[in-house]
Design a protein around this ligand. Structure first.
Ligand code: PHE
Ligand code: FE
Length: 289
């Protein structure tokens, strides 16, 4: 995701906020962090991640050898869906982020987390960005969705309603679940790149799991510091893309006057997949988090 900061890039960073990946400069210990994370997730995700993600992981040859070379994955991605991966120093300003997406470029953090941050770090690093996001970009429908989101982001920004559109990104691109004939599967990058949430999102009795509804999602706040209290389930990526292709003008007008919902609310109109106990969130609140 993107951060609202000064638009001028730091010294050494290009005007579009990209940098050279300098793949040859990663230290062996940095490649080892990738390998450790990769092996954990690759073992955990069959039967949890959706097929487009697992197929994308294979297609891109995001191998066990270490941090991927963006030039190489971009070559494969361009052939598959016309996307490429560009290196950025970390979070970039919203308009810069959206402009890259609208042009089918995915900005990925160049750095990798330290060995003592395997399970959590706040800023997206190369593992979250490349392992988490890039496999889905090999899917033609998801590829179109991400580009459309970039265009929509620029619009939302202009209307002062980015905080509402950002929830759509959060509850789909980062934390989305989908229905499949085999059961619930993960497609969100924030989940597939986290060992603990890959289990929690599907198996824990605490969170609500609700059928995806565009307007509902855009009224729902989210947590950036802990497991989600609610996940939204799409029937398919096609349904997600179709729901977002409509012009959001009327939706934004309604949302401008609408209150946010409670994060753990279940409304009469919700399609409840799982009614969560919220026990995890309650216990964390008690522990003073
Ligand atoms: N259709 C949206 C609009 O009119 C743009 C959008 C597409 C937003 C896909 C998010 C995802 O603003
Ligand atoms: Fe992300």
């Amino acid at each position: 995701m993107a951060a609202t900061t000064d638009i001028a890039p730091p010294p050494g960073v290009r005007p579009d906020w990209t940098i050279d990946q300098h793949w040859e400069r990663y230290a062996p210990a940095e490649h080892d962090v990738w390998v450790t994370l990769y092996e954990r997730q690759a073992a955990l995700l069959p039967g949890r991640a959706c097929d487009p993600f697992l197929r994308g992981l294979d297609a891109l040859d995001l191998h066990r050898a270490g941090i991927p070379d963006f030039a190489q994955i971009s070559e494969d991605l361009r052939r598959l869906t016309g996307w490429s991966v560009v290196a950025v120093p970390g979070l970039v300003p919203d308009e810069v982020f959206f402009d890259h997406l609208a042009n089918r470029r995915f900005p990925a953090g160049q750095f990798i987390r330290r060995p003592d941050q395997l399970d959590y770090l706040q800023e997206p690093d190369v593992f979250h960005d490349v392992f988490g996001h890039v496999p889905m970009l090999t899917d033609p429908i998801f590829a179109d969705y991400m580009q459309a989101y970039g265009e929509g982001g620029l619009r939302a920004l202009g209307r002062g309603q980015l905080h509402q559109l950002a929830r759509l990104y959060w509850y789909t691109v980062e934390f989305g679940l989908m229905h499949t004939p085999a059961g619930l599967r993960i497609y969100g990058a924030g989940i597939v790149s986290s060992r603990a949430e890959s289990v929690f999102a599907l198996d824990d009795p605490s969170p609500n799991r609700l059928g995806f509804n565009l307007e509902r999602v855009m009224r729902t706040p989210y947590r950036i510091d802990d497991f989600q209290q609610v996940y939204f389930v799409v029937p398919s990526l096609r349904t997600l893309l179709d729901a977002t292709l409509q012009d959001f003008g009327g939706l934004y007008a309604r949302l401008a006057g609408a209150d946010d919902l409670a994060i753990d609310a279940i409304l009469p109109a919700d399609h409840v997949v799982t009614r969560g106990t919220q026990a995890y969130a309650a216990q964390r609140a008690l522990a003073g988090r």
